[in-house]
Design a protein around this ligand. Structure first.
Ligand code: PGA
Length: 253
């Protein structure tokens, strides 16, 4: 079953300085004035940690929610130079956190570390955006479902509140490449992911499952008819107000 809410998440990665807030101001203004935008749509932006506090304050009670892109796998405070815990992220106003982005998996995040990040973040009352996705090789060898099942089952557990979790399916071969899955394949994969999740959480409804990877204002219309897809995680195109607004507009118009 599809969820009622559609999510548009913008992941800025290593981009942004304080004045980049003008991008978000324009997006915020657009959604406030657009009659088609309503409570069925949710916008979350994950700027770098350096901007979370100021942006969270600025956009409190606005259409945009702020999240973080990652955290250290240990909680609270510790002798870990250069690291930021989920407690610290929450303390500056973030409401969401991305866990398991392929950028971070490629840099060494293991399932054990990801589980710890999820546990600590939930403990600190952050909602999780958990990323999964197969690489080109997995896809070629028809291992996509096997890989996704393992990524989910190794980290998510029934004891986590499924209402605090969003899944972003991001095939690695589609991130930043301009390639997107065939609509039919994407639908099948999304339904498969939801089946696994319902099984873990023993619920009749699954957490939202979003798609991410080269989403832009043109290709987003191909996903319109796929009601099972509960939104999008956007990288590159979220750094431009025009491109991000085009995605939102072209999705619901
Ligand atoms: P992309 O990135 O939209 O630039 O492909 C998506 C992501 O990495 O989350």
């Amino acid at each position: 079953m599809a969820n009622n809410m559609k999510y548009f998440i913008g992941n800025w990665k290593m981009f942004g300085v304080p004045k980049s807030i003008t991008i978000l101001n324009k997006i915020n203004k657009f959604v406030k004035n657009d009659r088609k935008f309503n409570k069925k749509y949710k916008i979350i932006i994950t700027p770098p940690d350096t901007l979370i506090e100021s942006y969270s304050k600025y956009f409190s009670n606005q259409a945009i929610s702020i999240g973080a892109q990652n955290c250290y796998y240990k909680n609270n405070f510790g002798p870990n130079t250069g690291s930021i815990s989920s407690l610290m992220i929450k303390s500056v106003g973030a409401q969401y956190i991305i866990v398991g982005h392929s950028d971070n998996r490629l840099e060494g995040d293991t399932d054990i570390m990801l589980k710890s990040k999820v546990e600590n973040s939930l403990h600190n009352k952050l909602k999780i955006i958990f990323c999964i996705g197969e690489n080109k090789e997995d896809k070629k060898k028809n291992k996509t479902f096997k890989v996704l099942k393992k990524q989910i089952e190794n980290v998510l557990e029934k004891k986590f509140n499924y209402k605090d979790i969003i899944i972003a399916y991001e095939p690695i071969w589609s991130i930043g490449t301009g390639k997107i899955p065939e609509a039919e394949d994407l639908l099948k994969t999304t339904i498969f992911i939801k089946k696994i999740l319902k099984n873990i959480f023993k619920k009749s409804n699954s957490p939202p499952v979003l798609y991410g990877g080269s989403v832009d204002g043109d290709n987003v219309s191909q996903f319109k008819s796929l009601n099972e897809i509960d939104g999008f995680l956007v990288g590159g195109a979220s750094k431009s107000e025009k491109k991000f607004i085009d995605i939102i507009k072209n999705y619901y118009r």
